[in-house]
Ligand binder design. Sequence first.
Ligand SMILES: [Zn+2]
Length: 321
Amino acid sequence: MTTFISKITEIGPRIIRILGCNPGPMTLQGTNTYLIGTGRKRVLLDVGEARNAEYITSLETVLQQQDTTIDQIVISHWHHDHIGGLSDVLKCLHEPVSVYKIPRLEKEDEPMPHLISYIPLKHQDEIKTQGATLRIHHTPGHTTDHAVLELVEEDAVFSGDCVLGEGTTVFEDLHSYMTSLQMLVKMCPKIVYPGHGPIIEDPVPKIQHYIDHRNQREKQILKVMNLETKKFLTAMEVVKAVYKLFSHPGLAALWRGWLGDGSGGGSPGLGGGAGLGWESGFRCRRVQRDSQPLLLSFTRTHQNIYTLLQLRMSPTICINS
Ligand SMILES: [Zn+2]
């Protein structure tokens, strides 16, 4: 069961969490956005998705209750559930706002809506507001522009999508992601406020678990490659073999049911049909997620193995040669 998260939560004297009201397979209960500071002008971390009136109503309610406004917005990374609501949020603030973000490394950011420009952040920059100092840590992996924010006054970290309150996250680049996780462990935060899911108390063991889990998957992949007698394996064949060898029997059966023997099949009524592959597995997860939350972590992990294979090795893997 996923933890219930209220639309508005006063977490402490300087943090109010405002839920993005955009629940979904990749966003869990929705995006957590955070109003940070104690003064008449505060910092907002992330802005949820575009055209979400429910979120804007929550935000306006908080600003009114606190008799405050926002003069700085920090975007943790360029994903639509973190940046999409920017122009809607700016519309309900009636004064100039500075928007900050780390630029992407691999390509230029798309133009922001309504020609809004942002102030580029870099590692170790600080954003200050009354009652709070936020130190920026560049933590690529989930995306190249991902930032984690350290709340200096509280030994706390806003982890964005680097570490989630529940389950594990997906990543674009495993090597950078692992380096970012190690960086988080070294920071030794007392508490983590994630971009999705509940607050993580005692976060270091959880972050270490993320690291161990990824290392374990790599070992499993190597084992499969040593066991297989075929000379060539596609990435998908390795994924399926890992699940066959290491998954819980129930999950392995579901996996086989979804993808059949890799050439077709799938579960009726779940978007199945001929030529099912990774993409169709993804669709199945979306359909199933609400009633079977367990499948979320199953398929998230599956995606991660697939990404790992795509990124670390060539899609067709040569073994024993
Ligand atoms: Zn997200």
